[in-house]
Design a protein around this ligand. Sequence first.
Ligand code: ASP
Ligand code: MG
Length: 458
Amino acid sequence: MSLKVLKFGGTSVGTVESISLLKGIVEHEAQTDDIIVVVSALGGLTDRLIATADMAKGRDEAYLAEVTAMQKRHHDMIDAIVAPHRQESLKQYIDAQFADLSDLYSTIYNEQRASLETMAAVVSFGELLSSNLTANIIEGAVWKDSREFIKTETRHSRFTICEDLTAQLLHDAFLSVPHITVCPGFISSDCHDGHVTNLGRGGSDFTAAILAAELGAEALEIWTDVDGFMTADPRIIAEAHTIVDMSYSDAMELCNYGAKVIYPPTLYPVCQKKIPIYVKNTFHASHCGTRIVNKIAALPSSRLSFCGLSSMKEISVLSIKGPEMQGVYGLHRRIASCLLEKGVEILFMDSSDDSISLIVRDAACADAVGYLHDEFQNAVRNGRLHPIGARSGLATVTLVGSIADSYDILRERISAVLARAEVNPILYHLGSEHNSITLVVEKPQVQTALNVLHREFL
Ligand code: ASP
Ligand code: MG
């Protein structure tokens, strides 16, 4: 039997209905393969654990009722789906966990603060609980504790994975692979003292990817609540359809420019080992979903082919230009490092001989202009640069696919179809991997732009 890793996100373990579907899917796949199930916390629980900590920190006693409500949600799930003979012991386990969680909250309440370690402990309950619940509804499933083999160290207040140690511990823990294993996603522990840590928000995908890559799984399946990657956001484009096969770099590009199905960097270990990733819908399991592979069979280089559109709203464009821009010492590097140091995310950057455009979120725009103004005030004063320009309330539209050498032709074709629809992009940008073209438009034009491009290319 070969091994598959199946990761189920919060919506797939959020309700009695969804967790029953999960059970069916796992049992079905277990007929032919060994299975490792990685689960997120019950949908919305991580946010709620954090919000409750904030309430406690702010001395709002209503946090107590929140804890009770979260505990009840788990009890209700047990009543509805766990076999009667297992309910008692599972409830005891859940109650013991909630007693620990309550202690943490009361410490936060008393101290009116929560350290990084305390918060990591608070959020860890979500996956501990959901994974135990899941292990108790699947016949023969073995629960394994991810904290024992996923190790991190803390750098600049962030938990980063210790790859070698994790690989070694993981192999030890899975020397013999049970037929069905259930592991909590997201949580890990410190490589020095063992305190609980995590892989960051959305980190269950990473847990699953590490397991699949290290144990040489045949496939990684990400079970979510949509039919895989779509050619566009189906809430915006009615004709959007599933992308059946796509390359890892195209998936990455769609996500870089706004798609939210998965967070591809976390899936890198799997891609590197050329293990296929399937994105599937728990609520529509018969649908093929999307298969993501390292590379899809090469197309003749002359042929353009497209896989999807993504889009981001509330975007600003900052422009840096001036009569003697070339003479400003270390311009590109200084722009990037000045904003990076202040924590402003540059979504992408586009430069030509006489100007540089920086694309940032509207929320970061005013700060970014201020920082750049400070950095380049001398160059502005002596006339080499114009004052930093900014335009907000914009949106991006990105077309992903194999563009290769056809950028100029494609750009002309895009501007022609958009012109017919009276959309005039402010800027065009070729992605760094040459598999995307992004245009920036006025926000009210984004829907039209998406519609015409979808019709034309997808
Ligand atoms: N429960 C965690 C979160 O909400 C991890 C995950 O769902 O992947 O971020
Ligand atoms: Mg997620």
